[in-house]
Ligand binder design. Sequence first.
Ligand SMILES: Cc1cc2nc3c(=O)[nH]c(=O)nc-3n(C[C@H](O)[C@H](O)[C@H](O)COP(=O)(O)OP(=O)(O)OC[C@H]3O[C@@H](n4cnc5c(N)ncnc54)[C@H](O)[C@@H]3O)c2cc1C
Length: 383
Amino acid sequence: MPNIVIAGGGIAGLTLASALSRKGRPVTVLEARRREDTRGGAALAMAPNAVWVLRRLGLADAVTAAGTRITRYAFRRESGAELKTVSFQPLEAVWHESAWCVPRAHILEVLASTLPPEALRLEAPLETVRWNGRGFDLSGPFGRLSADLLVGADGAHSIVREQLWPPAPPQYQGFVAVRGILAHRLLPSQQDTAVQTWGAHGEFGYSAMGPDAVYWFATFRWADPENLPDWTAVLTEMAPWGSLASEFAHRTPSTARLIHPIYDRVVPFADLGIPCTLIGDAAHWMTPNTGQGACQGILDAWVLAEQLVQTSNVRTALSRYREIRLKRALRVARLSHMLGRIIHDPRHWPQNLVARLLPWTPSTVIQRAMAEAVGSPRQLGLE
Ligand SMILES: Cc1cc2nc3c(=O)[nH]c(=O)nc-3n(C[C@H](O)[C@H](O)[C@H](O)COP(=O)(O)OP(=O)(O)OC[C@H]3O[C@@H](n4cnc5c(N)ncnc54)[C@H](O)[C@@H]3O)c2cc1C
């Protein structure tokens, strides 16, 4: 049985560790952060594709217990006027699962709880990776470790990718994302609806996260990713989205605010011919515009684990995983990229055009576009 080391204990790395542990495959996860640092973060939309995987890991009910089921997507103008409301039902029919809004920290906690204590090594940042012709020599403050199979699940700034693959610098997309969670009770009629407002320079959206909290996000153009806006500048940027957006931003406690410059890296990673691969953001860093980054990482983890279990030949498993997942995940990343471009286009006409067309666009067309991002179980190559 190969000695498997997973660099990174985020959503993708922990899902892989959980899937392999369940099948009796021992793994070591090296996670740079301390436990208390994994407790923050905002919420994540878990689309039916991710919930489908979590269900097969026996974790869907535990994960969604802290979240809210989302059955509709409501597109609005800055004035609050409705552009279009679209049901998630067709996606539910394909995956036999719903979409949920769940706190990220809760997902991590549930995944980590499935691992034997020795599998997850916290405060263990991987610093150097060396292929010695037979296996990997890994080192960091934790000392030295060897691995027969190394999986880079170490996120957007992956050390594994940086040290083993040719450079593929990320591209700044010209906008920042601001997120927050606050105590707020939405009307019962709005609890199951994800709201998205398209404005002149970005978007603002929110959904319930449990009965007493709201998760909100906003994106807006910002020239310098090295100098992010402070909260006063955020409030100014959010003013055009109206009183609800301003109220959410004002009332969000400082500990529940996040600001990130948005990059992507839509560059395939090559098959190096050695037992190493990438999953999640390390493999395909995408903008948040399809809400699929973590979901795609969960699908990667599931497919990779299944392939490793189905064949004892690691090289075959890795190439099957790459074949099934990479093209598909990069397609979603390109879709996200394109949406990000339209929403933040400085010439304004693309988003104005979409806003004009939306009310007249049949729901089936929008549902088809959503289905394109979320995919189908058949595309996992496992049915
Ligand atoms: C504004 C915004 C909104 C988003 N909304 C959604 C959404 O609604 N739904 C969705 O599916 N996705 C969403 N995403 C995307 C999602 O957050 C990411 O795709 C997802 O977190 C990637 O998971 P990952 O496990 O690949 O990487 P990460 O979550 O980045 O985890 C990587 C882990 O590796 C660790 N690490 C890094 N370097 C090392 C090292 N050298 N050694 C050891 N450990 C290391 C890190 O500490 C981290 O814990 C959003 C992203 C943004 C920016």
